[in-house]
Every structure is written in C-alpha cells, then in structure tokens.
Ligand binder design. Structure first.
Ligand code: ADP
Ligand code: MG
Length: 227
C-alpha cells in the first residue's frame, strides 16, 4: 500500500438518528479525505458528532445520505458480511474504557481477535506476545487487567487492536481516562506504531493538548467540520 492513497473518503456524509418526528442530526454534510499513513485527530465539544464520525468511518454504522469510500470501495453497496470482514481485518478499534476481559491475561486479551482466524493457539500466542513487546508490555503478559495500570491496560487494548494487522486504527477518546503524562505516552506509542506498522490513525479527543500530539487536527461543532 502506498502513502498518499486515500483510505477514508467521506463525501457530504450525513447521519441522522431518531424517528422522522424527533431527528438528531449527528453528522451533517461532512466531506473528509484521510490518506494512508496520516494521523488525524478530531476535536470538538461533547455531542458534536465525533463518535458518530468514527462509527461511520469504522463501518459500524451507515450514512443517512452522502457517500463513503473505504480504500476506494463504496461502503453503502457492500453487504453485511463484507462489512464485517472489513471491520475484522482492516480496522482496529480503541476506546476510552479499555474493554479488556477481566478473567483473561494481557496476552490472551491481545490474542482474542485471532481466535477466528484459523491459526493454532501456539501461533496466536506467539503473535500476541510480539505485539505486547511492541507496546512495551512483554513483562506484563501474564498479568490480568486488574493488575495493570490504566496506561498499561490501554497499551494492551492497542496491542489487541493491532494484532490483526489493520490498516486503520480508530480511537475514541483513548486517553480520556488517563492522567496527562500517561496520555502523552499513549500518544507517543500511537505515533511510533503509525510509523513502524504504517497504519493510519483517526483519533477523537476533546483535549486540545492531545490533539496537538497527532498530525492533522480537525474541529467539529454541531455535526459539522468547522476547521
Ligand atoms: P460526541 O462523540 O462528539 O460527543 P456523538 O457523535 O456521540 O457526539 O453524538 C452526536 C449527537 O448524536 C448527539 O446529539 C447524540 O445525542 C446523538 N446520538 C449519537 N448516537 C445516537 C444514537 N444511537 N441514537 C440517537 N442519537 C444519537
Ligand atoms: Mg463521543
């Protein structure tokens, strides 16, 4: 995959929730192109449509109107199975709350997305260990989430998001539960990963200091891009 190629192309994208009587326009007429290898941050107040934009980009939700091309493919015309495949194989998600399974070790949490890929559990373990090493947590592999700090848990979640070798990482307030120093470390890790694994990152935050640590910054208000 070459740099400079478009990975996310939203064209006059609009997402309206609710019934015809009580409509909420969550995303309104957004046109946005993200190229391979970019680190784009989306900033804006609560309710401005940031998460909705991320859901749309992640094929978790469909547009009410407009067009979305993912790697040049028109998402609206893809079937449910193909969309699930794209989500599983091309996209990694990272959230504010880490969603680690409490009864599994760090390495087992990282390996989870590989369970349905038809490779041996030994291979799964091997890949998960390598990814934990990449996020600097090899020595915590057999700890449970409760035995890890918030920053460490988020690094495990990032390793899990990366394990399937996605081309796009979507992160919704990934530093929202972390102190500013740890948040800075997580942002630095994402920058490193972006370069080393050449993934594209779209990251939502309401914190301007965090947004400044990404690449291109986009500002949203009332469902629209204002800057
Ligand atoms: P942000 O992430 O910037 O806080 P959201 O994208 O979550 O904003 O929400 C944008 C708007 O859309 C808000 O008014 C929110 O209440 C509304 N909204 C989001 N998801 C839904 C949903 N599933 N059903 C109805 N309204 C929603
Ligand atoms: Mg949100």
């Amino acid at each position: 995959m070459s740099e400079g190629k478009a990975i996310v192309q939203l064209k006059q994208a609009t997402k309206i929730y609710g019934s015809p009587k009580r409509q909420v326009v969550a995303v309104e007429n957004i046109t946005l192109t993200i190229h391979v290898g970019e680190f784009v941050t989306v900033m804006g107040p609560s309710g401005s449509g940031k998460s909705t934009l991320l859901h749309l980009a992640g094929c978790l939700d469909t547009l009410t109107s407009g067009e979305y091309l993912f790697e040049g493919m028109p998402v609206e015309r893809l079937g449910k199975n193909r969309l699930a495949e794209i989500r599983n194989q091309k996209i990694g998600f990272v959230f504010q709350t880490f969603y680690l399974l409490p009864r599994l070790t760090a390495v087992a949490n990282v390996a989870l997305p590989l369970v349905y890929r038809g490779i041996s559990s030994k291979e799964q373990q091997h890949h998960a260990m390598a990814m934990l090493e990449k996020v600097g947590l090899k020595d915590r592999a057999y700890h449970s989430p409760a035995e890890l700090s918030g920053g460490e848990q988020q690094r495990v979640a990032i390793a899990r998001a990366l394990i399937g070798r996605p081309v796009l990482i979507l992160a919704d307030e990934p530093t929202g539960n972390l102190d500013s120093e740890t948040a800075g470390q997580v942002m630095a890790l994402l920058q490193t990963i972006r370069q080393e694994l050449s993934v594209t990152i779209l990251l939502v935050t309401h914190d301007p200091k965090i947004a400044a640590l990404g690449g291109r910054a986009i500002k949203m208000r009332d469902g629209q891009i204002v800057e």
